[in-house]
Design a protein around this ligand. Sequence first.
Ligand SMILES: Cc1cc2nc3c(=O)[nH]c(=O)nc-3n(C[C@H](O)[C@H](O)[C@H](O)COP(=O)(O)OP(=O)(O)OC[C@H]3O[C@@H](n4cnc5c(N)ncnc54)[C@H](O)[C@@H]3O)c2cc1C
Length: 359
Amino acid sequence: MAARREVVVVGGGQTGLAIGYFLAQQGRDFTILEAADEPAAAWRERWDSLKLFTSARYDALPGMGFPGDPERYPTRDEVAQYLTEYARHFDLPVELGSRVRTVRRADDGYLVELDDCAYEADQVVIATGPFQVPRVPAIAERLDEDVVQLHSSAYRSPQAIAAGPVLVVGGGNTGYQIAEELSSSYEVHLSIGSRQTPLPQRILGRDLFRYLEATGLIRKTTASRIGRRMAGRDTLIGSTRRALRRKHGVELHERAVDAAGSAVTFSDGTILRVGSVIWATGFELDHSWIDVPVFDANGRAAHRRGVTESPALYFLGLTWQHTRGSALLGWVKDDAEYIAHQINALQPGARREPQTLAS
Ligand SMILES: Cc1cc2nc3c(=O)[nH]c(=O)nc-3n(C[C@H](O)[C@H](O)[C@H](O)COP(=O)(O)OP(=O)(O)OC[C@H]3O[C@@H](n4cnc5c(N)ncnc54)[C@H](O)[C@@H]3O)c2cc1C
């Protein structure tokens, strides 16, 4: 027999916890199902030295400030600790070790199936994150076995790297940060396929996100012209090609287009022999386990601000779901509060109305 809930949230990262906060305020009967065995799994799996590009002022979920100096840039471990404490503080009903295998429509809502149990839910929120399956280009298969290869999601620290030149592939924030870290102990090369717009982390001593917040840019929606333009362009925060080359001695290359043996070929025809390659080439979404017709021809979730055409099925935390802030710690609350209102509107039997955010 499946247990019954008003709402099931799939995914217990920052997004699942943020919607959990609002559902708890509504007095809902809900459960957050999290595949990993420990809280904040996505953050714990990122590299050891990772520092956030958002300052602590903008790293808080609804209802609980991020501790310490608001101007500093917290570490990966501080975020994991904050999220763990957040779930405990609000007593959110997170069930760890609970991977959802299928979500399908049922007569009366949805059936959410795990390996050894199932839930029936009136409403379901998919909060499984914007970064799921590591993306590695096909040329990786053409490299010899003795070339050490890993995706950025498996990179932890310089110790994992073999001797010999290291090639980092990918000119986003992750590629730049890993290349910079490795440059103190290795000969490092960075392949940049498409240039991202560089933005300084601090402008006149103030955090970049303070300006994005003050100018309203962080909340420009995908319906606006400027929002659409911003969504189409990734930004590189706090790094530049020049600093990487001059300060850290990293050699820059064009897009990696081919590989054979231990050699990688770039789009300008140059060739580099490598000992290790780190693929900082991003992630794919995997929603194949959602057996509800809410995907477009390209397999992308079709939604308006997270609300799908299948009644009471929502997405939350997707990159640019609504604004630049949709998949960021400090702004996910906006979309979470919006989805919580949708949930409340469909099922007004809650014991309390959702409260308006104080901050
Ligand atoms: C390298 C890197 C640096 C970043 N730095 C910043 C930063 O400085 N500031 C900032 O605001 N944002 C940053 N982000 C972006 C964003 O904040 C994170 O990606 C964040 O982890 C997204 O939170 P989430 O809860 O949506 O997804 P996740 O943190 O990925 O959580 C999703 C959860 O769902 C679970 N799950 C997945 N599938 C299932 C399933 N079928 N059943 C049950 N559970 C499932 C996963 O185990 C996971 O715990 C960064 C991202 C990356 C990759």
